[in-house]
Design a protein around this ligand. Sequence first.
Ligand code: PEP
Length: 248
Amino acid sequence: MARKFFVGGNFKLNGTKDSIKEIVERLNTATLDPNTEVVIAPPATYLDYTVSLVKTPQVEVSAQNAYVKGSGAYTGEISVEQLKDVGAQWVLLGHSERRTIFGESDEFVAEKTKFALDSGVKVILAIGETLEERKSGITDQVNERQLSAVLKLVKDWSKIVIAYEPVWAIGTGLAATPEDAQETHANIRKFLTKELGQEVADSIRILYGGSANGKNAPTFKDKADVDGFLVGGASLKPEFVDIINSRQ
Ligand code: PEP
């Protein structure tokens, strides 16, 4: 099954009205590969604003996080209902910064994933191992553990995109090689095949994330199980367009 190439931009805790306007206007005016699905994730403060700026249906907007309740006494949180209300169609869950800095467990990420999907918001689910885990040779086990928590709660994976993001590659300038990424992605797909069957596993996009940029993105082109990128730092720069167009 042909999987549509997908490029996500995670702005993290970066941006102002001015800089976000510049990024979105670049996407509005650039020639984007029509075969690439593009999703940008600004800080929550700017979701509404970003949605109002986007002028092309090819670009959708994602939150970087959302809570497991629709509303209520949860100071500081945002809900998927609110995301839908401002026109955001996606939420990024399980990012390693949420897992490590904010202590989000596999189970909590799974709960959030189920809640978002049940509420009609699509999910970019980030997984990946730390450097210590990689050195210990347990990359696949870590990915499978993180996925298993979600598999326990979620049966329909049609609205999930997986982002494999080795923690040691995020924001370090040290991207995984295309060969290493392909090997890990193939193992993830093998695991998904065992859990969900061949047809479903073949339909799930698995993105690579971790220091992807305009230069290295084309080197992943012939890797069969790399279905796109989740981009942090480079999504704030003009080279984001080169990543979107890197399959051409
Ligand atoms: C990310 O934050 O998801 C990410 C991949 O960051 P960077 O591209 O900056 O490594």
